[in-house]
Design a protein around this ligand. Structure first.
Ligand code: 5RP
Length: 226
């Protein structure tokens, strides 16, 4: 039986809720990502909202959706520990390095993930790749640095394109970098972040995922880094 991409995302969202219920002590704070897969996770999380203490949201959109389900959302500054952060990815390798930020929430996602003990990535199998870069790499940039950062990215071999009409939750712009084949994701993440004016880039490789829940038509697989 073939499954649509939404059915795969729903299946993996349910598996993530089961993971949270099994791994996070009752009353824990759960970090919640952004995007269509994260949205299915939020909808499924509502079923166990009495078991979790509260959540921290990685975007205004996620905050709104969580609150719509009557799930408590805390400011990250009120939280000192979080067992699990659950989020999707645009691409992920077998080493569980990720390329994220298709929805433009990369900076807050990286900040919330930094506080969490475990990053649980939820994806359908179309996201698993051997080399990242086919999906344009989002880079959040302070607006006045746009042209300078774009020139520096060209020197690194990428073709930056301004995401037209888009402003991040932090009031910045996104450059989507095309034409990359990222051989060493942690090194490229570090080099991009060293450009003055870059807030964050969408590579999550220096700190990748700890667990990948991967939806396939045969069921949800649980992968750890190769
Ligand atoms: C948003 C993200 C998302 O996790 C990524 O874009 C995947 O989204 P989706 O689940 O809709 O495919 O990084 O900034």
């Amino acid at each position: 039986m073939s499954m649509t991409q939404d059915e795969l995302k729903q299946a993996v969202a349910k598996a993530a809720v089961d993971y949270v219920a099994a791994q996070a002590p009752a009353g824990s704070i759960i970090g919640v990502g952004t995007g269509s897969t994260a949205n299915f996770f939020i909808d499924a999380l509502a079923a166990i909202k009495g078991r979790i203490g509260a959540t921290v949201a990685s975007s205004e959109a996620t905050k709104k959706r969580l609150e719509g389900h009557g799930i408590k959302v805390l400011d990250l500054n009120e939280v000192s520990s979080m067992p699990v952060y659950v989020d999707g990815a645009d691409e992920i390798t077998h080493q569980l390095a990720m390329l994220k930020g298709g929805g433009g929430a990369l900076t807050r996602e990286k900040i919330v993930a930094a506080v969490a003990d475990k990053f649980v990535c939820v994806c359908d199998e179309s996201k698993l790749v051997s080399t990242m870069g086919k999906f344009p790499l989002p880079v959040e940039v302070i607006p006045m640095a746009r042209a300078y950062v774009a020139r520096e990215i060209v020197k690194l071999g990428g073709q930056p394109k301004l995401r037209e009409g888009f402003v991040t939750d932090n009031g910045n712009i996104i450059l989507d970098v095309h034409g990359l084949q990222i051989a060493d994701p942690a090194d490229f993440e570090t080099r991009l972040n060293a450009i003055v004016g870059v807030v964050t880039n969408g590579l999550f490789a220096c700190r990748g995922a700890d667990v990948l829940l991967l939806a396939t038509p045969q069921g949800v697989r649980t992968l750890t880094p190769d």
